[in-house]
Write a protein that binds this ligand. Structure first.
Ligand code: MG
Length: 191
């Protein structure tokens, strides 16, 4: 992050808190998994492209294949928008297997909240930033990266297998963000 971005020092001022809010506040809190993102919602926000996080957004971290439901969702959504996968995961074979099964382009090892690989996907889409959404389950990686690049940001619930525990790091991020004044409790808009 550059010098104009906030610090998390114990002496954080109100100004710092409002800057954190700017970066941590998603434009849309979906309130469900990515499977509840519909073409209607995309049209309402005039979105032409999606950059999707992979782990826990598309596929539970402990699985390595796309579910039938996800394949169906991608088939429907790609009729209206361009889609790229941008993952922080360093294991290319995992991300490539998932991307190939969905027939989608991907970038791995993105280091979000770095903007670098998001910008690379955005350039490949050849769309203005505000018409592209960064969609992910994590505030301090996906949402911050998207907001830093001026993308529309969509925060989703993790796509968890029922037997897996909820991810504690995500819960910590939510707690910290709410303590920084980010309102993350509003219900999704009814559509
Ligand atoms: Mg994730």
């Amino acid at each position: 992050m550059n010098n104009s971005e906030p610090s998390l020092s114990p002496n954080s001022s109100h100004r710092d808190q409002s800057v954190w809010r700017k970066y941590l506040q998603p434009d849309l809190i979906l309130g469900g998994s990515i499977l509840s993102l519909t073409p209607q919602i995309l049209a309402e926000h005039q979105l032409q492209g999606l950059i999707l996080d992979v782990d826990d957004t598309l596929v539970p971290f402990k699985r390595s294949f796309a579910s039938g439901e996800l394949v169906e969702w991608v088939t429907q959504i790609r009729q209206t928008v361009d889609i790229w996968l941008v993952s922080n995961n360093l294991h290319q074979s995992r991300i490539r297997t998932i991307a190939d099964s969905l027939n989608l382009p991907y970038l791995h090892g993105a280091g979000k909240p770095s903007r670098r690989k998001l910008r690379q996907a955005l350039t490949a889409m050849n769309l203005p930033a505000h018409q592209v959404a960064m969609v992910g389950d994590r505030l301090f990686t996906d949402v911050i990266a998207g907001n830093r690049l001026g993308l529309f940001t969509i925060w989703v619930e993790p796509i968890m297998a029922k037997h897996l525990n909820s991810p504690s790091l995500r819960n910590l991020e939510v707690w910290l963000s709410m303590n920084l004044g980010v309102p993350l409790h509003q219900p999704p808009k009814l559509r």
